[in-house]
Design a protein around this ligand. Structure first.
Ligand SMILES: [Zn+2]
Length: 81
């Protein structure tokens, strides 16, 4: 099987990972990609912090992120694809 991932595929796997939907092999492929690609590694870290903060976002929808910070995350997600 092929180990290397495209960035698009890696981003796809990162979102699925947060939902617990990827296999051990896909996890391995992701980590392998992170070694070579700091952009996807960063996206993975950001994605994690977004998911972790979701319960809080429900309670405080306006307070956590400034409009600028939200825009940065959205811009980053678009670039990563
Ligand atoms: Zn990448």
């Amino acid at each position: 099987m092929k180990v290397s991932l495209t960035c698009k595929k890696a981003v796809d796997l990162i979102s699925k990972k947060e939902e617990g939907k990827i296999t051990l092999w896909q996890r391995f492929q992701l980590w392998n990609h992170f070694v070579e690609c700091s952009l996807c590694k960063l996206f993975n870290l950001q994605n994690k912090s977004i998911v972790d903060s979701l319960p809080r976002l429900k309670n405080e929808p306006e307070e956590l992120l400034s409009a600028n910070e939200k825009k940065e995350i959205v811009d980053f997600s678009i670039q990563a694809k």
